[in-house]
Design a protein around this ligand. Structure first.
Ligand SMILES: C[S+](C)CC[C@H](N)C(=O)O
Ligand SMILES: N[C@@H](CCS)C(=O)O
Ligand SMILES: [Zn+2]
Length: 324
C-alpha cells in the first residue's frame, strides 16, 4: 500500500471511510446534472455546490473525498465550446475545490476541543471512456470494435497528466467496465510515470465479473504487476455482491481493497434515470460495512444514490468498532 494510504488506514483503525455518491448529493442540493457532462457540468455553473458536497461528506466522517472530475473530460468541455486552457483549468479546479474543502474542514477540526476526524485525502476522479460517451456503456463495457487500447490511452492521457499535477493525494479510476481499459490505464500510468498512487476500481452488474463479462482475476493479474496501482476494488456495483467480491479479490491480490457500492438501484443509460430494483439504505450499509471490513476491505464508502447519511452510518459503524 502507498505510504499515505497505509498511514490513513492505520489511523482509521484498519478501515478508512470513502465518501458517498457525489453526483447524487449535488442533485440533492439542487444542481441540474441532466447534462452530457453529468456532475462535471457544475464545474462550469455551480462550483460552490461542489465544495459544499465535499464539506458534507467530510462532516459525515469521510477519510477520503473524491473530486468532481468523474465525467470532466477535455473533449467533453471542448464540445461545450470551451478552449483547451479552460478545459484544463476546470480539471485543476476540481482538485482545488476538494483540497480547499479538506483544508478548511481540517483547520476547523483542529480548533475543536475533541477531534474525532482524520485529515482526509483527496482522490482525483477519472471515470471510464464509457462515462464520457454517456450512452450506458459504462455499465456494459461494450465500446464497439473501433475502440482500441491506443484510442483509450489517448482519451485518458492529458486528463491524467493534468489531474496528477494538480496536487491530489491519490488518483481514483472509477467504474472501469472492461479489461482493455484496465490494461490501457496501467500502461498509461507507467508510460507517463505518474507518481501519485492510484486506485483502479471496476464496476460489476453480476458480482462475478466486470460489466463486460470479463474475469476479475485476469484484470487483477494486470493490476498486480504495477507498482503504480496501490489499491484495487469495485464501485458503483450493487452492495449485495460486495462481500463475495472482496473474498474473491482476497485470493487474487495482495493490494489493499476499496469497495464503494451504489444503493443497488440500476442506471438506465438510455432513459438516464435510476430504476429502483433493490435499494439498500443507510441501515443496511452500516451492517454491511462491518462485514466488508471483516472480509478484508481496507477502504469502504458509497457510490451513486448513497448520501452523507449513508457515510455517517458507515463511519460510525467502522470507527466505533475500530476504537476511534
Ligand atoms: C455513474 S452513471 C449514473 C453516470 C452518468 C452517465 N455517464 C451519463 O452521463 O449518462
Ligand atoms: N465519484 C462519482 C462516481 C460515479 S459512478 C460520483 O460519486 O458521482
Ligand atoms: Zn456511481
Amino acid at each position: 500500500m502507498a505510504g499515505v494510504v497505509e498511514e490513513l488506514v492505520k489511523k482509521a483503525g484498519g478501515c478508512a471511510v470513502i465518501d458517498g455518491g457525489f453526483a447524487t448529493q449535488l442533485e440533492a442540493l439542487g444542481a441540474d446534472i441532466n447534462d452530457s457532462l453529468w456532475s462535471a457540468a457544475c464545474l462550469i455553473t455551480k462550483p460552490h455546490l461542489i465544495k459544499e458536497v465535499h464539506m458534507q461528506y467530510l462532516e459525515a466522517g469521510a477519510d477520503v473525498i473524491i473530486s468532481s472530475s468523474y465525467q470532466a473530460t477535455i473533449p467533453g468541455f471542448l464540445a461545450r465550446g470551451l478552449l483547451l486552457e479552460e478545459a484544463e483549468g476546470l480539471l485543476r479546479t476540481s482538485v482545488q475545490l476538494a483540497r480547499e474543502a479538506r483544508d478548511e474542514f481540517w483547520k476547523s477540526t483542529l480548533r475543536s476541543s475533541k477531534p474525532v476526524y482524520n485529515r482526509a485525502l483527496v482522490a482525483a476522479s477519472i471515470g471510464s471512456y464509457g462515462a464520457y460517451l454517456a450512452d450506458g456503456s459504462e455499465y456494459s463495457g461494450s465500446y464497439g470494435d473501433d475502440v482500441t487500447s491506443e484510442k483509450l490511452k489517448d482519451f485518458h492521457r492529458r486528463r491524467l497528466q493534468v489531474l496528477a499535477n494538480a496536487g491530489p493525494d491519490l488518483i481514483a479510476f472509477e467504474a472501469i467496465p472492461n479489461k482493455m481499459e484496465a490494461k490501457a490505464l496501467v500502461e498509461l500510468l507507467e508510460e507517463e510515470n505518474i507518481q501519485v498512487p492510484s486506485w483502479i476500481c471496476f464496476s460489476s452488474v453480476d458480482g462475478k465479473h466486470l460489466c463486460s463479462g470479463e474475469s476479475f482475476g485476469d484484470c487483477l493479474e494486470i493490476l498486480n504487476a504495477s507498482e503504480k496501482v496501490a489499491i484495487v476494488g469495485v464501485n458503483c456495483t450493487p452492495p449485495q455482491f460486495v462481500e463475495g467480491i472482496i473474498r474473491d479479490f482476497k485470493k487474487q491480490t495482495k493490494k489493499a481493497i476499496a469497495v464503494y457500492p451504489n444503493s443497488g438501484e440500476v442506471w438506465d443509460g438510455r432513459a438516464k434515470r435510476w430504476l429502483p430494483v433493490e435499494c439498500f439504505g443507510r441501515k443496511s450499509f452500516d451492517v454491511m460495512a462491518r462485514r466488508w471490513q471483516e472480509a478484508g476491505a481496507s477502504l469502504v464508502g458509497g457510490c451513486c444514490r448513497t448520501t452523507p447519511s449513508t457515510i455517517r452510518a458507515v463511519s460510525n459503524a467502522l470507527k466505533s468498532r475500530n476504537g476511534q
